[in-house]
Design a protein around this ligand. Structure first.
Ligand SMILES: *Cc1c(COP(=O)(O)O)cnc(C)c1O
Length: 411
């Protein structure tokens, strides 16, 4: 068999050919949960990931979690004890983080199209608004005056560079995010006359990057840009959000990010920026890198079906609950996530080629396309790994009206 193997490290243990999740076999966990499909997130793996980051990055770096990656309240509560801040992008996400003990000073609110209600809530909460436009600057100033609160604001900058080889580019060129870098000096000058507390810049250039050199290059450019823009700032910079973009390996042949290399390069770059911006704290905001590998999606085989020589494992799970694994969440070419038969992890010589499909009436509903898998029987459990980020909350759960999956945090 010549299929290219996934090199994604299996974060979860295997015991007696069973995938172990939080000390339970997948089968026993399914019994505990009471239904399939479900998502399980492993608290200890999330904790370990943050320890790994802290060890690799300079100690001055503050870690923020962008909760859109996984907004499950129990996950967010767990992270609140481990990280330094949250980044939210909606009123709904704001509600989730305000239920945690995190200080509002360490919560920021980014995203285009913020409405007046959300902005009012954010200003009343005392969190930092990342201004995406001059319209937002105007509205935030008005709301502050009406509430007799000085809003805390940072300027989200659309830099004139991009994070190279990213899964998703979010800067450089024309973008709906942030204020174009060349326009920022003008906006900063305007802000001097307004009753606002300026805290700094937010410069996010991309996502899902596995190349240390590309991340370091973007960080170098971000620091230089921030130092330059700070010359026009209405107050000394107290916070510089450098973005994130740390990726995780999903597909065959992908290698994990060299975190040590990123950390070492940042340790070289940081002192000069700290001299130029002595009051600033430096923030890296991450989503999938914190939680993506700590999650698994489990569904059950309903039928083993042959069609013209090809084997289909028809399951109760599908793209309505895991859009990303189906290849329809931003991928240009569909590739397989790492998938295993959770109660029959195969030895290489015991595998058969199978496609894992779901219950939806569309050929897009594909969780694995002709992958080598253990010999699954009806009733077996299929596990989609690397599923702790952009899973359930990033899926069209209403599509075709099936029951929804549930989420559990284990350990
Ligand atoms: C989506 C997003 C993130 C998180 O991206 P990941 O790829 O999950 O790390 C961080 N910051 C901003 C501004 C985002 O929009």
């Amino acid at each position: 068999m010549t299929a290219i193997r996934h090199t994604a490290p299996l974060a979860f243990q295997i015991h007696d050919n069973q995938l172990m999740i939080g000390g339970f076999s997948a089968e026993r966990l399914a019994a505990r949960v009471g239904q399939t499909p479900f998502y399980a997130y492993d608290r200890d793996l999330i904790t370990a990931r943050i320890a790994q980051l802290r060890a690799a990055l300079p100690s001055a770096i503050q870690l923020h979690y962008a909760i859109k990656a996984n907004p499950m309240p129990a996950v967010v509560q767990h992270l609140a004890q481990l990280i330094d801040g949250f980044d939210v992008a909606s009123g709904g996400e704001l509600k989730t983080v305000l239920d945690t003990p995190m200080s509002p000073l360490n919560i920021s609110f980014a995203g285009p199209a913020k409405n007046k209600t959300e902005l009012t809530q954010a200003i009343a909460a005392g969190i930092v608004i990342n201004l995406e436009s001059e319209r937002e600057l105007r509205i935030v100033t008005e709301i502050g005056a009406a509430l007799c609160i000085q809003p805390r604001v940072a300027v989200r900058v659309n830099p004139n560079f991009e994070l190279k080889s990213s899964g998703m580019k979010m800067s450089g060129g024309a973008k709906q995010f942030g204020i174009d870098a060349e326009r920022v000096p003008f906006v900063l000058t305007e802000m001097r006359a307004l009753n606002l507390e300026f805290v700094g810049f937010h410069i996010f250039s991309g996502s899902q990057n596995l190349r240390a050199e590309a991340i370091s290059e973007a960080q170098e450019q971000t620091l230089a840009l921030a130092v330059r823009l700070a010359q026009n700032a209405p107050a000394p910079l107290r916070s510089l959000n450098l973005g994130g973009g740390f990726g995780i390996p999903y597909f065959p042949g992908e290698q994990p990010l060299d975190l040590t290399a990123v950390g070492e390069r940042l340790a070289e770059l940081l002192p000069a920026a700290q001299r130029e911006l002595p009051d600033a704290e430096f923030v890296i905001e991450l989503g999938r890198f914190l939680v993506g590998e700590a999650g698994v999606y489990l569904c059950r085989v309903i039928e083993r079906k042959w069609s013209r020589g090809q084997l289909f494992l028809v399951t109760d799970g599908g793209l309505h609950q895991h859009l990303a694994a189906s290849g329809n969440f931003g991928q240009v070419i569909r590739k397989n996530y790492p998938v295993v038969v959770a109660n029959r992890i195969h030895a290489a010589n015991e595998s058969e080629l199978a496609s894992v499909v779901g219950p939806l009436c569309t050929p897009l509903d594909l969780l694995a396309d002709k992958m080598p898998l253990g010999h699954a029987q009806e009733g077996d459990l299929i596990a989609v790994l690397q599923s702790g980020a952009y899973g359930l909350s990033a899926s069209p759960t209403a599509f075709l009206g099936h029951p929804t999956a549930i989420e559990v945090l284990v350990n």
